[in-house]
Design a protein. Structure first.
Length: 42
């Protein structure tokens, strides 16, 4: 019975964290992609 009420709370917390983490991940991925493109152009 304990894990059941805990899951929704974790989901809500993760959803907030995932929003920030996802944005940061996309930003890092974009920077990495630009870095690879820059290296290939050299």
């Amino acid at each position: 019975m304990d894990p059941t009420p805990t899951e929704p709370e974790e989901t809500e917390t993760l959803s907030d964290d995932d929003g920030t983490g996802f944005t940061v991940g996309v930003a890092l991925a974009a920077i990495a992609a630009l870095g690879v493109i820059a290296r290939r152009r050299r």
